[in-house]
Design a protein around this ligand. Structure first.
Ligand SMILES: Cc1cc2nc3c(=O)[nH]c(=O)nc-3n(C[C@H](O)[C@H](O)[C@H](O)COP(=O)(O)OP(=O)(O)OC[C@H]3O[C@@H](n4cnc5c(N)ncnc54)[C@H](O)[C@@H]3O)c2cc1C
Ligand code: FES
Ligand code: FES
Length: 489
């Protein structure tokens, strides 16, 4: 399935975006990272008439850390927030939970605010916002409103953001003194949506005993569920496994999950007990490392909310198949295509540009076969509209070899270690490993498996693919003259 015809505009300012959304009302939809919206469109579960693409709104790409809040702009990607050391120090729960959001290629594109607005009951960011009592700043052509987390999540995939509105910021309180946080979840495959997950916050009393415990659950109800578990742990030493276990049992009695094809309600309730204990122990241990009364000073100026000027309105096209010019640098060469807004980047690469090395399997972001590098970062090309990639550099599998046609170290390693069988998944593995080794040239085995966790091989040849990634790391280091055993080339 492919998305249906859709109008498209890409405003250059927040004011212009708000005006476009006001004109469109319930016929318009905000396109942020597209990591949920594009697959829903491909499956025809969403058929918006017009997309307002906010990816050029650089003013919404920020992380602001003050003594009170971590403020995240609507264009901040999951991967950017996860990489922010200042954020991890001010509110560690964000990094603890973000590691569980999908795969690196999806975190490179998906936005934190988009996750929250999407309000998936299995999403980590909604649960984190709910536990911490954060706020979402929602703007429209009429002005701004601050919506507390407790009023934001209305039902599965339903938030307080109304047609014509744009969520511009999510704000998370920093870690309170003498407190720690934890996060645990279980999914069928690393990076999949959780069967059950829990975020926890524990506060210690001055004598090192536990004084307060709260937990927020994902995948056990239509919206994030926040439970106060203080009664089960109050007065127990921070190291008390028994108290955390008792809190887990209490939580299991209070959650009311559904059964579905992924897990029974009973299994989810059991997970709630086990994961609560695990995440509470992590939070208490974290709090102990800080010590009672600790309030780490944080550098960085405080963020002040911005106001947006009104702009002149222009007419928006609705549900059209009008063609847009897209200019790309593909494998170092300037390329132009004229495509309808609904054209997926994967289809543009294959059909408009004739580069059929990029393969498509699932076309909804799960298999990783279509992974290409966008401005050097791995992304799912089936989850991007070609119009959204306008002006970007794209590297496909055809661009990995050197100018003289010599295979890259990753390609040589695949040949040497028999990393391919039918080869269908191979282009996605090659691009993913190429980018992964740039980010981490010396991965250990766990890190290699994490790097590859978002790519499926239907032949299940994973052992040789993992071996190929290790060998590619050696070959890359040898090529750079950094040691490692180069082997024959
Ligand atoms: C294979 C796969 C696995 C995934 N696993 C996980 C996971 O484990 N955990 C998880 O939490 N997510 C997961 N996701 C979803 C992913 O994290 C998305 O990035 C996220 O849910 C939505 O963010 P986005 O920026 O891509 O939003 P988009 O897809 O662009 O938009 C999603 C919805 O929110 C609306 N929206 C977005 N931003 C705004 C805004 N600023 N104002 C108003 N409306 C807005 C859009 O109109 C749309 O309705 C997964 C996705 C895939 C494909
Ligand atoms: S992830 Fe894009 S085709 Fe499967
Ligand atoms: S080698 Fe056959 S799908 Fe991966």
């Amino acid at each position: 399935m492919k998305p249906s015809a859709v109008g498209y505009s890409r405003p250059e300012s927040v004011a212009a975006a708000l005006d476009a959304l006001a004109d469109l009302g319930d016929r318009g939809k905000v396109l942020a990272g597209g990591q949920s919206l594009v697959p829903l469109m491909s499956l025809r579960l969403a058929r918006p008439e017009h997309l307002v693409d906010i990816n050029r709104l650089a003013e919404l790409s920020y992380i602001g850390v003050s003594d009170e809040h971590v403020s995240v702009g609507a264009l901040t990607r999951h991967g950017e927030l996860l990489a922010s050391a200042e954020t991890a120090s001010a509110q560690p729960l964000l990094a603890q939970a973000l590691r569980w959001v999908a795969h690196p290629a999806i975190r490179n594109r998906g936005t934190v605010v988009g996750s929250i607005v999407h309000a998936d009951p299995a999403g980590e960011m909604p649960a984190v916002l709910a536990l911490l009592g954060g706020t979402v700043v929602v703007a429209s052509a009429e002005g701004k409103r601050h919506v507390p987390a407790g009023e934001f999540f209305l039902g599965p995939l339903e938030s307080a953001v109304q047609p014509g509105e744009l969520a511009v910021e999510a704000s998370f309180p920093v870690l309170p003194p003498a407190s720690g946080t934890g996060f645990a979840e279980v999914s069928r495959r690393r990076g999949d949506y959780a069967l059950c997950g829990v975020a926890t916050l524990v506060r210690l009393a001055g004598d090192g005993t536990m004084a307060e415990a709260r937990a927020a659950y994902l995948s056990v109800g239509p919206t994030p569920l926040v439970l106060d578990l203080t009664d089960a742990i109050a007065g127990a030493p921070a190291e008390s496994t028994a108290a955390c276990r008792a809190a887990g049992q209490r939580a299991a009695g209070q959650v009311d999950p559904d059964s579905d094809i992924h897990a029974s309600a009973a299994y989810r309730r059991q997970l709630a007990a086990v994961l609560t204990e695990r995440a509470l122990r992590e939070a208490a241990a974290y709090a102990l490392t800080r010590g009672p009364g600790d309030w780490p000073g944080r550098a960085g100026g405080s963020y002040s909310s911005r106001s947006f000027e009104r702009s002149r309105r222009g007419p928006a096209e609705l549900g059209t198949d009008d063609r847009h010019e897209v200019q790309l640098i593909v494998n170092g060469t300037a390329r132009t295509a004229r495509v309808p807004a609904r054209r997926l980047l994967s289809d543009c690469i294959r059909h408009d540009l004739g580069l059929t090395g990029t393969h498509v399997g699932c076309e909804h972001g799960v298999c990783g076969a279509c992974t290409v590098l966008l401005n050097g970062n791995p992304v799912r090309s089936c989850l991007l509209l070609a119009v959204g990639a306008d002006g970007c550099e794209v590297t496909t599998v055809e661009g990995l070899a050197g100018g003289d046609g010599a295979l890259s170290p990753v390609q040589r390693a695949f040949a040497e270690c028999h990393g391919l069988q039918c080869g269908f998944c191979t282009p996605g593995f090659l691009t993913t490993i190429t980018a992964g080794l740039r980010a981490n040239p010396e991965p250990d085995d766990d890190q290699v498996r994490e790097m590859l966790g978002g790519n499926l091989c239907r032949c299940t040849g994973y052992q040789n693919i993992v071996a190929s990634a290790h060998r590619a790391a050696e070959l890359t280091r040898a090529e750079r003259g950094e040691g490692g055993e180069g082997g024959g080339t």
